[in-house]
Ligand binder design. Structure first.
Ligand SMILES: Cc1cc2nc3c(=O)[nH]c(=O)nc-3n(C[C@H](O)[C@H](O)[C@H](O)COP(=O)(O)OP(=O)(O)OC[C@H]3O[C@@H](n4cnc5c(N)ncnc54)[C@H](O)[C@@H]3O)c2cc1C
Length: 269
């Protein structure tokens, strides 16, 4: 982890309130792991605390961040321009370690609620790159309020994922939330494998915390379905010093910025 200045290569608006920012760093691109994030100094006066944003995708030396404008900090970030200097601290967090080349033994399902898709796309890229026997395509389930809010559908399809969509107003995909979509997908898969106990799936999810916790009852009847969730909440220092992002787990208190942001769902109390 280090503090560096990077030059913004491009910052484009992909939705009315969502922006894609990219910068180059060969060093970071080589080492970074899915679910790691940067703590960005968006301004020197208006916002004292840095703002955490996940790695969204990595293409060669290019690192992309996808963010939704929420308040003051992200509004300042969205107003930056190509060529501006951005001070970043990172990569931070305990990223997911994927062994260099591995045989896929379980189906992966990536479940995104809204902007929660941001870190999942980088995971999707890495799972594809490192899996050697991916005959069976993995699934991405995207949830959004309406059609216009759906993010990354085309991008996931392009790298070989089967994408299913749920919108709250029914303007695209099924009219439901993404958990309903997950419930139906698991149930279909259990029927095809003949026994819910044999269904073997890894779920990775990011989105609002209530949505993430609501995955627990959905997977209860499948003993071989495990879920890992990426938690987002206010982060102070980002390096485990201020303890501002501490949460209670079955293994005691953990810091989202240092021990997470990815946790086993079963460990969250
Ligand atoms: C590890 C981590 C990774 C993240 N990755 C991304 C990402 O890739 N893309 C992205 O768009 N966002 C991401 N976030 C959330 C992002 O950090 C916040 O949206 C941002 O800090 C808000 O700053 P702000 O100054 O714009 O909003 P503020 O002015 O600080 O707050 C505006 C409103 O948003 C709420 N809010 C602010 N931060 C959060 C939060 N973390 N969780 C829930 N509610 C919040 C506040 O309660 C307030 O109502 C991540 C958060 C964490 C902890």
């Amino acid at each position: 982890m280090r503090e560096i200045n990077v030059v913004i290569d491009e910052l484009k608006q992909v939705k009315p309130d969502v922006f894609l920012l990219n910068f180059k760093s060969a060093n970071i691109a080589k080492k970074i792991k899915p679910f790691q994030f940067f703590n960005l100094k968006v301004d020197t006066q208006a916002t004292i605390l840095r703002r955490p944003i996940s790695v969204h995708r990595v293409d060669g030396d290019d690192i992309y961040l996808l963010f939704r404008v929420r308040g003051r900090g992200t509004k300042i970030l969205a107003a930056k321009k190509k060529g501006d200097i951005l001070n970043i601290l990172g990569p931070l967090g305990n990223g997911l370690k994927l062994t260099s080349q591995f045989q896929k033994t379980k189906l992966n399902i990536l479940v995104a609620g809204g902007i929660g898709v941001a870190p999942l796309f980088f995971l999707g890229q890495r799972l594809k790159r490192q899996t050697v026997n991916s005959l069976e395509p993995d699934f991405v389930l995207l949830g959004a309020a309406k059609e216009g809010d759906i993010l990354c559908e085309r991008e996931f399809k392009k790298i070989g994922y089967k994408v299913l969509v749920a919108t709250e107003d029914g303007s695209r995909g099924i009219k439901a939330n993404v958990l309903e979509l997950l419930t139906r997908k698991l149930s279909d898969l259990a029927v095809s494998c003949g026994d819910p106990k044999k269904l073997s799936v890894n779920i990775y999810s990011c989105g609002p915390k209530p949505m993430l916790l609501a995955i627990k009852p959905v997977i209860r009847r499948y003993p071989n379905v495990q879920a890992k969730i990426s938690l987002e909440q206010f982060i102070g220092c980002g390096v485990g010093a201020c303890c501002g992002c501490t949460i209670e787990t079955k293994q005691g208190y953990k810091k989202i910025c240092k021990d997470g942001p990815l946790f086993k769902l079963e460990d969250i109390v």
